[in-house]
Write a protein that binds this ligand. Structure first.
Ligand SMILES: [Zn+2]
Length: 363
């Protein structure tokens, strides 16, 4: 292909249109990555409605098309060559700011990262809804040849879940067998159920909705019980159900992916821990409850490049037990395909829409 197709959102809320771009010249240290598939989730749908011009697509998987001079290895020293299947994290640190030079232990770092598929700006090959993505610098992860490439689109959201549980683990608040409540309505909340199970949680409860597809998937992915917030609308009733289901005393750990943090605190046992990993809307914390019941609140945002290989390893090991395909609907990389994908996401029909550029290679 001499010209590359790229989907551009030219006005906030407008449907992506396909444009043709010339192949870029590659500066030293950069790469051009052929996109095999790109997953869209609810957050992408929100970005599309608010930012422009934009090439959507944060979670894509690809294969090396060509490499700028000096780029020969991936982030962990594996050889890169044309054809190597790769994952490129969507957040590319600048490499030079104060936080890049001295990364804080718990925070995502970088004061001015480049965000593939998310930054409004000159709409070049800067997102996964394209034939190829230009990667100017930063981490590239070669994929094990035994991993069906499309599964790697899950690595980034799964890495954010790993970070959230890791925050509790490192202070001894998530030992094996811990009971876990997950609240949320999106693909990342579902992955939190998977990660809880893979990390050795005991009872896992998910609170969200609607039942189809979300809670049904959560039960298949390892949640012992689910509470549908569209049916059990009284928070007090939800709190009572959780406390009763988990031995009458409440959960050891709550992982909060939505704006229900104060309700989730009330679902914890005495001395329990809450990790918030993204919330919509104001949610005043009931400080007296935190004090009186000796609760711990932790914040977790984003992921670090080092967490991506760990996430890929977990996806690889879990793929025979968890049918990740069930949380995806597939669409072709055409204007009609993308319109259908966004319609399915906005209607809540699927947690993720997988746009497949290369059905022959995506797996
Ligand atoms: Zn930086």
């Amino acid at each position: 292909m001499s010209e590359l197709r790229v989907a551009v959102v030219e006005q906030p809320g407008a449907p992506p249109v396909i444009r043709l771009l010339d192949r870029p010249l590659l500066p030293a240290g950069s790469a051009l990555v052929t996109v095999l598939a790109c997953a869209l989730d609810a957050e992408d749908a929100r970005l599309l409605a608010s930012a422009a011009p934009l090439v959507p697509g944060r979670h894509f998987v690809g294969a090396i098309d060509s490499l700028g001079s000096g780029l020969t290895e991936d982030a962990t020293g594996n050889r890169l060559r044309p054809g190597t299947p790769v994952l490129v994290p969507s957040v590319i640190p600048c490499g030079t700011c104060a936080l890049c030079r001295q990364p804080p232990r718990h925070a995502t770092g970088c004061l001015s990262p480049l965000r593939l598929g998310a930054d409004a700006g000159p709409a070049g090959l800067s997102g996964g809804l394209a034939d190829a993505v230009f990667v100017p610098r930063g981490a590239i992860h070669a994929l094990p040849l035994t991993l069906p490439p499309w599964l790697a689109t899950l690595a980034e959201p799964l890495a954010t879940c790993l970070r959230a549980f890791g925050r509790a683990q490192e202070i001894g608040r998530f030992p094996p067998g811990s009971s876990v409540v997950v609240t949320g309505h999106d693909a990342t909340a579902l992955l939190a159920v998977v990660v809880a199970r893979e990390l050795g949680a005991g009872q896992i409860l998910m609170i969200g909705g609607p039942d189809t597809p979300f809670l049904r998937l959560a039960r298949r992915f390892g949640a012992e019980a689910t509470i549908d917030t569209t049916e059990v609308t009284d928070p007090a009733e939800r709190i009572a159900i959780v406390r009763e289901t988990i031995g009458g005393r409440g959960a050891d750990l709550a992982l909060v992916r939505d704006a229900s943090g104060s309700d989730a605190l009330a679902m914890l046992r005495e001395g329990g821990t809450l990790v918030t990993m993204g919330a919509d809307g104001p949610d005043p914390a009931p400080w007296s409850m935190v004090r009186d019941r000796s609760l711990t609140i932790l914040g977790a945002e984003g992921f670090s490049p080092a967490e991506i290989p760990v996430a890929l390893g977990m996806i690889y090991r879990a793929r025979t037990r968890i049918d990740f395909a069930d949380m995806h609907a597939r669409f072709p990389f055409t204007a009609a395909g993308m319109t259908s994908a966004l319609g399915a996401l906005n209607a809540g029909e699927t947690p993720r829409a997988l746009i497949v550029q290369r059905p022959d290679l995506a797996g």
